[in-house]
Design a binder for this molecule. Structure first.
Ligand SMILES: *[C@@H]1O[C@H](CO)[C@@H](O)[C@H](O)[C@H]1NC(C)=O
Ligand SMILES: *[C@@H]1O[C@H](CO)[C@@H](O)[C@H](O)[C@H]1NC(C)=O
Length: 365
């Protein structure tokens, strides 16, 4: 028999143990809550999903950028689109392998003289130039500007960003000619195939420096169509057909759905420093600037872009230069001996129908 006193003691010790149990559960719960709250805080704004270590590890060079929250997201989940940052551990699907082809040719870096194989299109102006000369002239200036810049190259937040990477000619120049960390955007599946083929054959140390987003950039998150000229993949236009010349053909086999996102939904303006950006978007530039937003624009030191009057007007982008000026850039016609020259007077406009320009952040003094 258990005495009443014994029973009371047992009951009260049960009560105490239960209370202790609740208390430790509450401590664990509070700790969990604090952890999630803190990690949200540290993660910064914008990232919609929880990023797992296993996600991060499979993306090579992206790992450290994600760790430092240079990029806000690596897939289209938040916008309901199926795109994903290219994983250099597994860059090409079997469908891509069976749908596309490209031809390997030698690429020679202007800045370093280093060579590597680059995969080019069969029938395409840019590709033909690389086959003949080993590189694309308009990329030559990029490593020079990068090298001349006084920004701290060891700063892990410092990036070269390329919008409209085409088959990756300038990405290759920057990979081989500098040590820059690179973020590149290209929406066209045929061009993406080439870049992926090229980079998948490079040493891992190069792959780790390149984050390749298989998307176009614009003013809103959307699915669109990209049209490419037969024989000039460089004239690939989002949303409509714009011809280089009247006889140019746009075949159905060169039309693909593409995914478009705002740049400020991908890059984190609180963390990234864009030492140099190249933008080549065939008239889509105003949309890109809109999706970039002022805060991210302020992270950019130098922007190299093309001013292609007809493409710009066909896409309704008639105020590209004032927009850049409004984002606190000075505009220049050339770059020589470490200096920008030929300041463009916005109120006068430009005499050229097709020219390469530089936007340089106004010095703050
Ligand atoms: C980079 O700049 C240094 C001087 O700051 C110069 O000596 C070197 O040749 C440059 N390299 C390239 C690839 O332009
Ligand atoms: C730009 O051009 C306008 C019109 O010709 C002129 O009044 C203005 O002084 C120029 N600005 C600069 C900075 O040269």
């Amino acid at each position: 028999m258990v005495s009443i006193g014994e029973l009371r003691r047992q009951q009260s010790s049960y009560f105490l143990r239960t209370m202790q149990c609740f208390r430790s559960a509450a401590v664990i719960l509070a700790a969990c809550y604090a952890f999630f709250f803190l990690s949200r805080l540290l993660r910064g704004d914008g990232y919609s999903g929880v990023l797992l270590d296993s996600d991060v590890q499979s993306f090579g060079g992206a790992t450290s950028a994600l760790g430092r929250r240079i990029v806000k997201r690596i897939d289209g989940k938040a916008s309901g689109m199926p795109w994903k940052l290219v994983d250099w551990g597994n860059p090409l699907s079997s469908e891509e392998e069976s749908t596309f082809t490209c031809t390997m040719t030698s690429f020679v870096s202007f800045a370093s003289g280093e060579t590597a194989q680059i995969c080019v299109h069969e029938e395409d102006g840019v590709s033909d130039t690389i086959k003949k000369t080993g590189r694309l002239t308009h990329c030559n200036i990029l490593p020079v500007i990068w090298n001349d810049s006084t920004q701290d190259k060891t700063d892990e937040s410092l990036y070269y960003v390329e919008i409209g990477a085409n088959i990756g000619s300038c990405v290759m120049e920057m990979l081989l000619g500098t040590k820059a960390r690179i973020i590149a955007f290209e929406p066209h599946p045929m061009n993406l195939y080439n870049i992926k083929k090229t980079v998948s054959q490079l040493d891992k140390s190069y792959q780790d420096r390149l984050m390749l987003f298989p998307i176009g950039l614009g003013g809103e998150s959307t699915t669109s169509k990209i049209y490419s000229a037969t024989g000039n993949m460089g004239n690939s236009v989002i949303g409509k057909i714009i011809k280089d010349r009247p006889s140019q053909k746009f075949e159905e086999k060169n039309q693909f759905p593409v995914y478009v996102e705002r740049l400020d939904s991908i890059l984190n303006s609180e963390r990234i420093k864009v030492g140099l950006m190249k933008m080549d978007a065939q008239g889509f530039e105003c949309n890109i600037l809109e999706g970039m937003g002022r805060e991210l624009a302020e992270c950019i030191d130098v922007l190299k872009f093309e001013h292609t009057l007809r493409w710009l007007s066909e896409q309704g982008c008639t105020d590209l230069l004032p927009r850049l000026s409004d984002y606190s850039f000075d505009l220049y016609r050339d770059y020589n001996g470490g200096k920008f020259g030929g300041l463009v007077n916005i109120s006068v406009g430009l005499p050229c129908k097709f020219c390469e320009l530089f936007a340089k952040r106004k010095s703050s003094n």
